[in-house]
Every structure is written in C-alpha cells, then in structure tokens.
Design a binder for this molecule. Structure first.
Ligand SMILES: [Zn+2]
Length: 533
C-alpha cells in the first residue's frame, strides 16, 4: 500500500491544499462544480501535492464533483476525499459515510477523528476506548481498500494540553492501522507559536517513522506562524488554503506559507519551481471566488512591494533590496512606486519604467509633468490606485499622446416617476473621423447610463471595449482645503479578464469625475491593445 510516509528527500515538505473543502467554509466563499474542477487543474499545474476536493456526503455538490473529477488526469497532485471516522457502535463496513468516501474513488482519503476527551464524551457521547477503535477501524478499512490515508487529529493541540497521553494514543491508533500521515489540527485556531513547536516536537519524537502534518487556523492571527513552527519542530506536510480562505478568520494561508518555506527556511517543495506563478495563482482563485484581491497580502498583494515617498522610492530605485525583503519576481510580483505629492523626480522615473515608458531624466517636460501632478493632487486627484490614469497623463506630457476617440459632449438625466423606479438616461456625441455619432442609453443609475452610452458610441470602432468590465466604483468626498466647494473623487477599477487597472477623475460634479475615470479606462484598454500588436 502506498502511503505518505516520510520521503528520503531531505528537507522536503509536502503541500496539502484544502481550499475546496475547508476554504469553502469561509464567509462568502462558494465554488460551482465547474469552478472546482478548474481550480483542481490549476493547483495541479502548480504542483501542489494533495488537493482535498470536498466531503462526499456533506452535500450533493461534493458528490457531483468527485463524480466528474474522475475524468481529470492530474500531472502531479493527488486528489483527496475528506470525511470522518466511522460512527460509534457501527461496524466500519456498514458505515454509510465511510462507504461514500470509498465511492469517491480518490487515491487519498483524509479522515478526521477526535483527540480531545471532552469532545469524545460530550459531543460524540461515547467512551475513550470506542473512540480509539473508531479511528483504528476506519484507517484500517480504508487502507485495506488501497487508499492512502491521511489522519487529521481534530483539536490536537487543545486535546494534548488537556490530556497528552490520550492525545498520543489517538495518533498511535491511526498510525498502527496504516495512516501514512498524522496531521495535527489546531481546529480552534488559538494556539501560540511555542505551544505548537513544543507539542509537534513531542509527536515527532514519539512517531519517528510517520510523516507529521500541520493544519492550522488563523483565529489568533498566527495561522502561518504556527504552521512554520510545526515545520521547524519536524513537521513535513502543511495544510492550508490559497489566500487563507476558511471559516472565521480563515485557514493558514498557503500563499504565505509556501514562499516562507522555500525562500526563507530553505525547504524543498515540489511546487518550489513554480513560485514565480504564485501571484497569478492567488489572483486566479480570488477571481474564481469573486473576491477583490487583498492588496496587503504578503508576497502576492499589490502593495507587497509598493514604495511611497521620495526617500524609499529613491533608495528602492538604486538598490531594490534596500527596502524589499525578497526579489518580488520570485513570487511573480513586482515593485511598484506609489505616486503621491510626497514623491519626487526619481519616483516618477521609476513609475514610468514600471509602466514601460522610457523617460529622459533631464527632459524639461518631466518638470512640467511633476508640476501638473502636484496641481492635480491639490485639486483632489490621487494616483496611487490609478496607475492607468497616471500612465495616460505621462504619455500626454512626454509623447503628446491623445485618446483615439473624441467625445464632443454628453448629457445625463435622472428621472423618478411618482413612487416608481428611478431611471437615468445618457446621451453622448462622439466624433469618428468625419462622422459624428449620437447615442442614447438607459440604466438604473446615471453612471451606468453614461457608461452604456459611451460604449454604444465607441464599440463599433473599438470592439475590444466589449471585454472591459467595471469591477469597482469608488466615490469619495475629498477635503482639498479650498473652502466650501467639496471635490468628489471617483476611482474606477476595470478588468478585461486578464488585467486590472485603476483610473481616477475628480471634480465638484460627480458626473464629470465619473466621465473622466470612465474615459481613461477605455483609453488605457485601447493603448494596451495597440501595444500588444
Ligand atoms: Zn480546519
């Protein structure tokens, strides 16, 4: 029988992904069967070692998933079905849930059992002895059916603190019955680093031949830290989810754990060679779950290597390492310079380079550009989240670039009929060469109506604008310190399915600000398309 028993490769740590099972316990996380299958392929391409697909029997969607997953040929990863030990006083061969685990026909089955006596007597309402038998019987039965068995010891750290002897007995029951890996779970997520290090070391000492895994949660903000502590203590399998999805505060975040293991702790990972694709993987999963990527995420977030202010940006421009803990390219990320009124010439130079524009530092136009940026920031513009608008402005100043379309004017009406629905109507006039197009569109809101009308007028000439979707629309009232006149800043985030970009508009009039941000978004898309050709 093949098992996950310890491999001869020194320093090898196996990666076990549970985004599809524990991850979907997270608030707002849900994947269709089709999305789950796409994710399995992506995780396999990344060379994660185990992919936990779900809990057959917990819902029809998971059963359907395992049914379809059988046709997916994986290159590296092994698919795991997750479930629990047999029920008390039920022969394992007659246990319906164990039957479903075998019916899932995965090479790996991961089962969880109780470690903590309080849970055995109060929750399962059975005896300490019967619990050990439930663990042993289930592992043995699955192993006899040629499954690689991973045993998840639920509440392991809490159970161990309560009664170390009994906690170790539960592991022994699984180990002796043929579980290749014993995973210690911090189910409540509240354990601290020294506890996990110490307890894992004790387990490693007790079971020198077993592979010891860690499954941690982030309730104390330490999901990643305790997982790494477990590895330091001898653990060689890490469970977690992409982007830390999971119930409450989430599971230990694999997107942080994996680069820490490979780049800082010098462990060997089968996916180590794929780390330059980590940022893409993280964004892919967010996209699939319909979440906005977390800019502050370590390693993969948009802000992870972002520099603001003259001194930092200047130093980072000269020697990247001076303000960066790793080379961002190692995880597929990149250095970003945040352009704000704190920044000087070198930030702009660096930003321009980041956006693919070569700028002559001595160009007098660069000075004019800096003056213009400062004047705009004073009027309420802000370019930190609006790279695309910044690039367009820079191109206007340095290369006399102009938008490829000419909007002659627009008009927006907002109407309410009695107590009925609100309706907005926008009219735009666009010049295409000699031709002038007039288009009208309706929407519930005025910005939506304007967006529709502009697209209607522009898409016949620029069909790729059809791929552009507004993924975020953010309105803020800005205090510019200019007295009574409030300025409204509109930040728009757009995507064409491949890339995301931010644009900005600012005005005392919300429609004028929105119009500006929308036009910049279309212009940026067309500029990108032109550059690709
Ligand atoms: Zn969990």
């Amino acid at each position: 029988m093949s098992t996950a028993s310890k491999s001869p490769t020194p320093g090898l740590v196996l990666a076990y992904d549970t985004t599809l099972r524990d991850g979907t316990q997270g608030e707002g996380v849900s994947f269709s069967v089709a999305a789950k299958l796409r994710l399995v392929e992506k995780l396999d391409l990344f060379s994660l070692d185990y992919i936990e697909g779900g809990w057959p029997g917990s819902n029809p969607r998971d059963e359907e998933f395992f049914e379809q997953a059988r046709d997916v040929k994986l290159k590296h990863a092994k698919l795991a079905a997750f479930g629990s030990t047999r029920r008390a006083k039920t022969p394992v061969a007659e246990d319906a849930q164990v039957r479903l685990l075998l019916d899932a026909r995965t090479p790996v089955v991961t089962i969880f059992g109780k470690t903590w006596l309080m849970h055995v007597t109060e929750v399962l309402r059975t005896t300490a002895e019967e619990n050990l038998a439930m663990i042993g019987d289930t592992v043995r039965h699955l192993a006899q059916n040629k499954r690689e068995v991973i045993y998840d010891a639920e509440h392991f750290f809490d159970g161990y603190k309560d009664n170390p002897e009994y906690a170790l007995k539960t592991l022994a029951a699984a180990h002796e019955a043929g579980a290749g890996c014993l995973t210690l779970c911090d189910t409540n997520g509240g354990s601290l680093v020294p506890e996990v290090r110490e307890i894992t070391a004790a387990v490693v000492k007790k079971f020198p031949k077993a592979r010891i895994g860690l499954h941690c949660h982030n309730d104390a903000g330490l999901g990643v830290a305790v997982t790494l502590a477990g590895v330091e203590a001898g653990g060689t399998l890490v469970q977690g989810t992409i982007n830390g999805y999971g119930e409450r505060n989430g599971n230990a975040n694999l997107t942080t754990i994996l680069p820490n293991l490979a780049l800082k702790m010098k462990r060997t990972l089968h996916c180590g060679k794929n780390l330059p694709g980590l940022r893409d993987l993280s964004h892919f999963v967010d996209e699939l779950a319909n979440f906005r990527p977390d800019a502050k995420a370590p390693y993969v977030g948009a802000s992870a290597f972002a520099h603001k202010g003259g001194v930092h940006a200047d130093a980072a421009n000269k020697v990247a390492r001076s303000y960066e803990h790793i080379d961002p390219a190692l995880v597929g990320n990149q250095t970003r310079v945040l352009v704000s009124d704190m920044s000087g010439r070198s930030s702009v130079m660096m930003k321009a380079r980041e956006l693919g524009l070569e700028v002559d530092a001595k160009s007098p136009r660069l000075k004019d550009f800096l003056t213009e940026v400062k004047a705009r920031e004073f009027r309420g513009y802000q370019y930190e989240a609006a790279d695309a608008s910044f690039l367009l402005l820079l191109k206007k100043f340095l290369e006399n670039w102009r938008e490829p379309f000419d909007v002659l004017g627009y008009r927006v009406m907002v109407e309410r009929e009695g107590q009925g629905l609100m309706l907005s109507e926008a009219t735009v006039k666009v010049k295409n060469g000699e031709e002038v197009r007039l288009e009208v569109a309706e929407d519930a809101g005025p910005v939506g109506a304007l967006d529709r009308a502009l697209r209607k007028a522009l898409e016949p000439k620029f069909p790729t604008l059809r791929d552009v979707h507004l993924s975020d629309f953010n309105v803020r009232i800005v205090d510019t310190g200019q007295g009574a006149q409030a300025v409204i800043r509109v930040l728009v985030e757009s995507t064409d399915g491949h890339e995301r970009w931010g644009t900005v508009g600012a005005s005392a009039n919300i429609m004028a600000a929105s119009y500006e941000a929308l036009c910049d978004s279309y212009a940026y898309k067309l500029l990108r398309d032109a550059r690709k050709k």
